[in-house]
Design a protein around this ligand. Structure first.
Ligand code: URA
Length: 237
């Protein structure tokens, strides 16, 4: 790929703006030698104003999504993309969230610009377990685990029953729920269907990848090992 296009696709500017950056001598190799738009140079050897280029296409990130931010690029108000470097918002291919978390849900949120990886994670066939912890408005009544694990539970206005889900009771009003699907507001709707109400909800892990000690609002790039870990966990269902 031509350097102007490669750098433009990473969000540094339009083709015209990037061409100007070349003319201004802002794009160099690691020794400060000015590069030209027609040079053939590996990504890792390009510097802009002395700084390494942002990661190439094939980027995957994990974030501790804070409460109050939404996952849609188009939403008004605070969006999860505001927590990333501004250039990441205009990369091509686009960096998308892997599924969504509600505004009022916190926890592990993944992003990638790799469509195949995204589909591999969210495809129900991949059976990637997502673990949520919920605090509830009312005491658990005792039969929720059985209902959620049944594989026959229907949510309102859905045509297919939910896949079996695993409930672990942590406390009278706290539970951990493991899902292999990602239907709209699924956890909240499941508890509502058994007469309860989710007060707080946080996602702890996706497959074998855990949130770890990332603080709310923090993010980091995923390494190959992290991505392998996503596909490494059995659901136990
Ligand atoms: N289920 C929900 O209800 N909300 C989320 O954000 C994720 C799963």
């Amino acid at each position: 790929m031509k350097l102007v296009k490669l750098i433009g696709n990473l969000g540094y500017g339009s083709r015209k703006e990037v061409a100007l950056m070349f003319r201004e001598g802002r794009i160099t190799d690691p020794d400060g030698e000015v590069l030209y738009a027609d040079d053939k140079v590996a990504h890792e050897h390009i510097r802009i104003d002395g700084e390494p280029l942002d990661p190439p296409t094939g980027l995957a990130l994990m974030m501790h999504k804070p409460l109050g931010a939404t996952c849609s690029r188009k939403d008004q108000g605070r969006v999860v993309y505001d927590l990333l470097p501004p250039r990441y918002r205009v990369r091509d291919p686009a960096l998308s969230t892997v599924g969504r978390l509600d505004r009022d849900t916190s926890g592990l949120l993944l992003f990638t610009d790799d469509g195949a990886l995204l589909h591999r994670i969210i495809s129900p066939r991949a059976n990637v377990a997502k673990v949520y912890e919920a605090t509830l408005a009312h005491d658990l009544r005792g039969d929720e685990g059985e209902v959620f694990a049944s594989g026959t539970m229907m949510l309102e206005s859905e045509k297919e029953p939910l896949a079996p889900a695993k409930l672990e009771v942590l406390d009278t009003r706290r539970a951990r729920l493991t899902l292999t699907e990602g239907r709209y507001h699924q956890v909240r709707r499941m508890f509502a269907a058994v007469g309860n109400h989710v007060e707080t909800l946080a996602r702890r892990s996706v497959g074998g990848l855990e949130l770890g000690d990332l603080a709310p609002g923090q993010w980091r790039a995923l390494e190959k090992d992290d991505i392998a870990r996503i596909f490494m966990q059995e659901t136990g269902n």
